[in-house]
Design a protein around this ligand. Structure first.
Ligand code: PLP
Length: 450
């Protein structure tokens, strides 16, 4: 039995016969998705999980940014149990129950901006994005959208049209939704303008904004654009933190042209960066926020929070059977409570230490080209060498693999990066030990590459 308080992973018997059985069954019956490593989970608590062969790991993926409160947080489990005993589903789109209205009220209160807002519930990130797309078209009567190269907003046909992080997401799926134009994201480490965005952040922001205006002058009438979709920090695209004033400048252009600013917080939000919403680091009040993943600590739910003035004004324009599921709403209220009572501040504190150690790794190892992130949303970009900055997905995968066999579960992102997103309740000793294991893996691969 694990407690979640274990200070170290413990690998005794890696990927034994029990794991193989599940992996084989999965391979035979399950659709091909994005399976990355042979981690077969038996139990998970806090930042710790035990596999079916008795090995103890640290989870530095949080189920892809979902388990921000840690796996099976007792307060969240209690809220789920309590609600499930009352009722599990009652079509909250067609009828009423208090817990979904209560969560909507809470989301309106905790999202930035003191204006009337409405909440639409979905069940996945992509559904929240679809809702934002439909709300924007419905309410503005405009047809077009702007998004960014490197963005990930989901895989349904509408959200996929905004996504531009990996070509594999789009291959063989055209036609997706027409009407989306992509602009380069201000990636300080590598961008098509050849600007060092760490040295010249304003120059990089100006290049992106000028490019956008150029597109508005020559290709896309700004007054026909319904919304700009942007991640406050790009997630799947590589954990890219834009320069500090980027979102402010983007917001200005949006508002000059009556365009809604949609802040996709699905990966970066819910306390991950040491604030409830990542956009709070950039002093912007977005018009619309999409959220999902960590919203209910793993019970599927998502939300699109948008200005009340932009609400669908007719019944039936948009809806879904499971939206606002009562068990998920109860789990989400408990999640917010747990986050606000210590975990967000812990993310800020532990994130500072993580950032310091990752920067040291950038200085000490040739293959670590860039270390970046805010709070407990951090990444390193793995390259062939610092000078060429050439991407090195082979070495990145090798590091992830080595770390796994040392007991640290990691996931890649972007072309050649590794993301570090442990649950926000990680303590200093667990973090120190995990970073030591990571550094061992990096050192081994760095030596191998020489
Ligand atoms: C920023 C962002 N938006 C949208 C999505 C899509 O969410 P889902 O996979 O729940 O559909 C993701 C998923 O990774 C994401 O990171």
């Amino acid at each position: 039995m694990i407690t979640g308080k274990e200070s170290k992973p413990n690998i005794l018997n890696l990927v034994g016969s029990n794991a193989d059985e599940t992996i084989k069954k999965d391979g035979e019956y399950m659709a091909t998705t994005t399976k990355a490593l042979p981690a077969v989970v038996k139990e998970a608590k806090g930042i710790v999980f035990e596999d079916v062969d008795g090995n103890i790991f640290f989870d530095f993926t949080s189920g892809i940014g979902v388990a921000n409160t840690g796996h099976s947080h007792p307060k969240v489990v209690e809220a789920i149990k309590k609600q499930a005993e009352k009722f599990i589903h009652f079509a909250g789109t067609d009828f009423y129950y208090d817990v979904q209205a209560e969560l909507a009220k809470k989301l309106v209160e905790i999202t930035p901006g003191n204006f009337g807002k409405k909440v639409y519930y979905g069940n996945s990130g992509a559904e929240a994005v679809e809702a934002a797309i439909k709300m924007a078209r419905w309410s503005t009567k405009r047809k077009f959208f702007v998004a960014f190269v490197g963005a990930f907003h989901g895989r349904t046909m509408g959200s996929l049209s905004l996504t531009a992080s990996k070509v594999i997401h789009k291959q063989r799926f055209f036609p997706w939704m027409p009407g989306v134009i992509h602009i380069p994201y201000p990636n300080p480490y590598r961008n098509p303008f050849g600007i060092d965005g760490y040295e010249e952040p304003d120059e990089l922001v100006n290049a992106v904004i000028d490019y956008m205006r150029y597109i508005f002058n020559h290709l896309l009438p700004a007054d026909e654009v319904a919304a700009i979709f942007v991640e406050p920090i790009q997630g799947e695209g590589g954990y890219v933190v834009p320069p500090k004033n980027f979102h402010k400048e983007l917001y200005k252009v949006a508002h000059e042209n009556g365009i809604l600013f949609v802040d996709d917080e699905i990966q970066a939000g819910f306390g991950r960066t040491g604030k409830m919403w990542a956009i709070e680091h950039f002093d912007v009040i977005p018009d619309v926020i999409t959220t999902a993943k960590a919203m209910a600590s793993g019970i599927p739910i998502s939300a699109c929070v948008y200005p009340a003035a932009n609400d669908f004004k007719v019944k039936g324009a948009h809806s879904t059977t499971f939206g606002g599921n009562p068990v998920a709403c109860a789990a989400s209220l408990a999640t917010i409570d747990v986050l606000q009572n210590g975990l967000i501040s812990n993310a800020e504190k532990q994130g500072k230490y993580m950032g310091k150690r990752l920067k040291e790794m950038e200085e000490n190892y040739e293959i670590v080209g860039d270390a970046r992130g805010i709070g407990l949303m951090q990444a390193t970009e793995i390259v062939k060498n610092k000078e060429s900055k050439e991407i090195n997905p082979k070495a990145r995968d090798e590091i992830i693999n080595k770390a796994f066999y040392k007991g640290l579960l990691l996931l890649g992102c972007g072309d050649s990066s590794i993301r570090y997103i442990p649950p926000l309740l990680i303590d200093s000793e667990q973090l120190e030990n995990a970073l030591n294991l990571l550094e061992d893996a990096i050192k081994e691969v760095d030596t191998q590459m020489k």
